[in-house]
Design a protein around this ligand. Structure first.
Ligand SMILES: Cc1ncc(COP(=O)(O)O)c(C=O)c1O
Length: 438
């Protein structure tokens, strides 16, 4: 055994030698290669890079049209009832301890009742699992499906968190198409072509991120029938549930839970405009208990019980948040989104380098195609967004980040005055970069 101090002396000697360029100490650890470029594939990572490209000497306010979080804009502030619920949960002193989301009945019951309002049957608290936002619900479901040889079908375009989590868990991803000309409906033929005996699930996002689509009752029914035919479950991401302002109502996929088993993922992040509160859920909408029998539900519970629970006072406040938020709050939010969407859609289509064919009916975004016949010195969507951030302090998301190169995703969930200013700067930018001969 060495004497005390030997280790330190060894290290000092090694680093002195390394400095002299003689020996390089070999350490036994190294980074996980699966994570090395994960941030470049996430929306957060892409937006962070754009934010850091903004010119700090630009005195104009930065206009964020790339995010899915309008909570900091006064018009999108959450309901007073939700804030009061949090305050009283904290003040009660009853929510300071560890709180297992798998077992805390009041939150599970409140979410079960909330979701049951739109279903032809009632969910019980046992059908609901509370998670750290919808992201953690995705993590749990992807982890559970990641058996050797398994695959999952994802929409292209979609929400890249699924892709990144699946890559990290070693779950194979196959992409089915969404058809813009049919309101970004799912190409069910491509779903059928992609599935094989290893395929476990397909993901739908409704209302759609990044498309702003809202899927109709009859299309969702066909999705359920296709899933049944293929013997796969449906993971229905409804994080934008009820944020609809077009001609179609929001229909939860759980309505078809007797045709095929459905896991509904959601959260209070978007409808209440509180993504930082990190409260989401997984609801098991499966009228024939297929997922229970396959031990999928137990598996999800096991995954959650080795993870971290949502903040205890937010879990404690959820029943009051749901019960006390007024209809007016939701109606005002939807009417504001309709107003900003219309403003954005009309203005964007006036700009020659943009082409937006589909008018969003839900969620917070629109997909806009870049028209290269008008653009001069810009080569792709990433360069477009980078230069826009540098020159105009406006952030929009390159379509590449959501699997659609040559497109951009614009968020219209922004304070109307900021949106107007952002569009003016977009217009000026496009004019400055237009082809000379035009
Ligand atoms: C389609 C989709 N699913 C899930 C999430 C994550 O939601 P949460 O903030 O509740 O984790 C988002 C966030 O933008 C999203 O767009």
């Amino acid at each position: 055994m060495g004497k005390p101090g030997d280790n330190r002396r060894d290290l000092e000697a090694q680093s002195a030698m390394a400095e002299n360029g003689k020996v390089r100490k070999q350490w036994r650890f190294g980074a996980n290669p699966k994570l090395l470029d994960a941030s470049s594939r996430s929306i957060k990572g892409t937006l962070d890079r754009l934010f850091s490209a903004v010119d700090p000497s630009d005195e104009r306010p930065l206009i964020p049209l790339g995010h899915g979080d309008p909570s900091s804009f006064p018009s999108f502030r959450t309901s007073p009832a939700a804030e009061d619920a949090i305050i009283s949960a904290v003040r009660s002193g009853n929510h300071n301890g560890y709180r297992s989301a798998v077992n805390y009945q009041p939150a599970k019951r409140a979410v079960a009742e909330y979701l049951s309002r739109d279903l032809p049957y009632r969910l019980s608290p046992d059908d609901v699992l509370i998670t750290n936002g919808c992201c953690y619900a995705i993590e749990a479901v992807v982890a559970v499906l990641s058996r050797p040889g398994a695959s999952i079908l994802l929409p292209r375009t979609g929400y890249p968190f699924y892709d990144v989590r699946a890559a990290f868990s070693g779950l194979e991803v196959r992409y089915f198409d969404l058809v813009q000309e049919r309101g970004w409906e799912i190409d069910l033929d491509s779903v059928e072509r992609l599935a094989d005996e290893g395929t476990a699930a397909m993901v739908i996002i409704n209302p759609g991120n990044p498309t702003g689509s809202v899927l109709s009752y009859s299309h969702l029914e066909k999705v359920a029938e296709t899933a049944r035919k293929l013997g796969i479950m449906i993971i229905s991401d409804e994080v934008y549930g009820h944020l609809v302002f077009g001609s179609k109502p929001f229909v939860p996929m759980g309505v078809f839970g007797s045709i095929a088993p459905v896991l509904t993922l959601g959260s209070i992040s978007k409808r209440w405009s509180v993504p930082g509160w990190r409260l989401g859920w997984i609801a098991v909408c499966d009228r024939h208990d297929i997922l229970k029998e396959a031990k999928i539900v137990d598996n999800i519970k096991d995954f959650l019980s080795i993870g971290s629970d949502p903040v205890s006072f937010v879990q404690g406040a959820v029943p009051e948040i749901i019960k006390n938020t007024s209809k007016d709050f939701f109606e005002n939010m939807v009417s504001l989104l309709r107003q900003t969407m219309n403003m954005c859609f009309d203005a964007v289509n006036e700009i020659s380098c943009f082409d937006c064919q589909y008018k969003p009916e839900g969620a917070l975004f629109m997909m806009v195609k870049l028209d290269w016949t008008f653009l001069g010195d810009i080569n792709d969507d990433v360069e477009f967004c980078l230069k826009l951030a540098m020159e105009e302090s406006v952030i929009i998301l390159p379509g590449s980040a959501v699997g659609m190169p040559n497109w951009v995703r614009i968020t219209f969930a922004v304070e109307p005055a900021a949106l107007k200013e952002g569009i003016q700067r977009l217009n000026a930018f496009c004019k400055r970069h237009a082809k000379q001969e035009i």
